[in-house]
Write a protein that binds this ligand. Structure first.
Ligand SMILES: NC(=O)c1ccc[n+]([C@@H]2O[C@H](COP(=O)([O-])OP(=O)(O)OC[C@H]3O[C@@H](n4cnc5c(N)ncnc54)[C@H](O)[C@@H]3O)[C@@H](O)[C@H]2O)c1
Length: 400
């Protein structure tokens, strides 16, 4: 029997979540359906376990990608966007990005329509997962990457084009730029105080709420003073003005408060390898965050288990960070960990953290039992390779 659900709302900076929230999902292309089936079972079991049957999710499928194209002739139907907007919180599997053609990217469309300005990527190691470093347990960071500005704003002019040449002339004639090779391609990197500060605010608030010891502003301000350098300055300014009671600078170092510090991006790549336990929450600009989150994920065993979320004010879309792995589609073979851990983030975000905790314990239990999908099994001595669905069973069996 279908259960009636309610809508999640957002008022005064807080989620209001009914006991039976309707959550739209996109199962995804390629291996997406295999992964989604397994993930949904884990989510439902975790909610039932954590809340003793008093809460449940009412899942609502929305279409995107190949499935949408087959059903509607449209890769991204307007209705999908409307339903996600109406219900505010959604979760998705990986989608095929068709090469060429004028197809809209779902992520870009959602980011723009819902203003999902923070890309959040927690990166931690799970015991038993094969990793390339000696002490992967020392890395436990949550990366807040600005999601809209920076070189991703898409302001670029092709080498030799009329526009690039005009812009070059303008820069030289009007703005005093001295050297700019003729025929250069030119890209523009916009970063605003508004965009930077709201991202840093989300990171600091997260650190406070989750009792994290520090927020590190990662930037390339030694070279790009007015963009990356300003990101750092605006970050410190915001911490001082809006979070004075909860934060201190590195020099002040008061116990019990969130330390705000900064590191130059290139040094940060060394730091996460050499002194990973000195970092906790990281707030950074778009391009730095792109590189840093993949590098950190690789350090603890790769993208197969790395979750992600795109979050704005009152809207959030949780997703796998890997692609559709099409060669394994329909084989019940790949690791559902990334979508499942995205669900953990979703539960934390909507205040259902107990369900998230249950799942983390379930994953730890499944890993300890060494019943894992092929990607992990092939590198874990003594492990048994199991299908996606059996890995989900093992997680469910270890929910706590
Ligand atoms: N967020 C997204 O929706 C997203 C992200 C990246 C790529 N894509 C799309 O996915 C398609 C395939 O891209 P790709 O091959 O570059 O990347 P991919 O992530 O699908 O695959 C890269 C490698 O990782 C493996 N892999 C991926 N997910 C796995 C999992 N859950 N468990 C075990 N192994 C896994 C694959 O088998 C492959 O060897 C393309 O259409 C691409 O555009 C979508």
């Amino acid at each position: 029997m279908a259960v009636a659900g309610g809508k999640i709302d957002y008022q005064g900076g807080r989620w209001s979540v009914p006991d039976r929230p309707i959550i739209p999902f996109i199962e995804g292309d390629g291996t997406g359906p295999d992964i989604w089936r397994a993930s949904q079972r884990v989510f439902d079991a975790a909610v039932a376990k954590a809340f003793a049957g008093s809460r449940a999710i009412v899942w609502k499928e929305v279409l995107a990608g190949e499935k949408a194209f087959k059903a509607t002739g449209n890769w991204l139907p307007d209705e999908t966007l409307a339903v996600i907007r109406e219900h505010r919180v959604a979760i998705k599997g990986p989608l095929t990005t068709p090469v060429g053609g004028g197809m809209r990217s779902l992520n870009v469309a959602l980011r723009q329509i819902l203003d999902l300005y923070a890309c959040i990527r927690p990166v931690r190691w799970f015991a038993g997962v094969p990793a390339p470093v000696r002490e992967p347990q020392k890395l436990d960071v949550v990366i807040f990457r600005e999601n809209i500005e920076d070189v991703y704003a898409g302001i670029e002019f092709e080498a030799g084009s009329d526009k690039a040449d005009k812009l070059r002339d303008f820069l030289i004639d009007q703005l005093g730029v001295k050297t700019l090779r003729q025929g250069s391609a030119i890209g523009v990197k916009p970063m605003s105080k508004f965009g930077s500060q709201r991202l840093v605010a989300k990171a600091i608030q997260y650190a406070i709420d989750h009792h994290r010891p520090s927020v590190t502003l990662v930037h390339k301000g030694n070279i790009q003073k007015f963009t990356e350098g300003a990101f750092r300055d605006w970050g410190y300014q915001l911490a001082k003005e809006s979070f004075a009671g909860d934060t201190v600078t590195e020099a002040e170092g008061v116990k019990g408060k969130v330390v705000i510090k900064d590191r130059i991006a290139d040094a940060m790549f060394q730091q996460v390898l050499l002194r990973p336990d000195e970092y906790s929450v990281i707030a950074t600009s778009n391009l730095n965050g792109d590189y840093l989150s993949d590098a950190c994920a690789a350090q603890v065993g790769g993208l197969g288990m790395a979750p992600g979320a795109n979050v704005g004010d009152g809207y959030a879309v949780f997703e796998a960070t890997h692609g559709t792995a099409p060669k394994y589609a329909g084989q019940d073979k790949v690791n559902p960990g990334s979508v499942i851990l995205s669900g953990v983030m979703m539960f934390e975000e909507i205040g259902w953290g107990a369900a998230g905790k249950a799942i983390v314990a379930g994953i730890e239990g499944a890993l300890a039992a060494k019943k894992v999908t092929y990607d992990l099994a092939r590198q874990m001595p003594g492990a048994t390779e199991v299908p996606t669905s059996t890995f989900a069973d093992a997680i469910i069996a270890h929910l706590k």
